[in-house]
Design a protein around this ligand. Sequence first.
Ligand code: F6R
Length: 241
Amino acid sequence: MRIYKVKDYKEMSRKAANIIAAQVILKPDCVLGLATGSTPEGIYEELIEGYQKGDLDFSAVRSVNLDEYKGLAPDNNQSYRYYMRTKLFDHINIKAENYYLPDGMAKDDQEECTRYDNVIRTLNGVDLQLLGLGLNGHVGFNEPADHFAKGTHLVKLAESTIEANSRFFESYDDIPKYAYTMGILSIMKARKILLVVNGAKKAQILKEVIQGPITPRVPASVLQLHRDVTIIADEEALSLL
Ligand code: F6R
């Protein structure tokens, strides 16, 4: 694990965006694994800036997102597809047919999970997987569990995750309780992993992820076994290490 300690959110975003930019420059048709949530927003802003300056070309880039809420239509402003379009895809020259997310409106859960795993397989896997870290140690929506899930699967979101998401929804009933997520094995198969973490509230879980036992109770702890993980975290998030 390579750990970069940075001053603040801005520096974290810039450094992570530089790593993604380097990947795109080195391999213009690379497969990026992308995440949503508040942590990567600054990274996406930096990437848009790089594109607008003419430094980055996404015309051959393919991407797969980690997860999508079940039951939210693509145009629902809380869906992850909507997030990705408004925060990144609509502002760069990635082709619409080249980015993939699970389909939140799929009728058959098992079929959708198999379809998504096939998408990842057909793309020949992920070159660089960007990850945020949940307060309970989740990555994607792989919540603390008794075992590490392999491929894409439907998860019942943990109460703490539902609560963390409540800020985006008007009422409890509106908050999705299930999501499709790439499995831990799919994430671990990425050739490079970039984990970004900021803020004091994640200090305890980040310490467990880096120094604690490898356990599905702290899903991100499995990253200790990956051979090319870069963690970029700010001083607050690293304050307990
Ligand atoms: C999002 C995702 C989640 C988030 C995590 C952290 O696609 O897979 O694992 O990365 O919940 O979310 P934020 O960044 O909002 O703290």
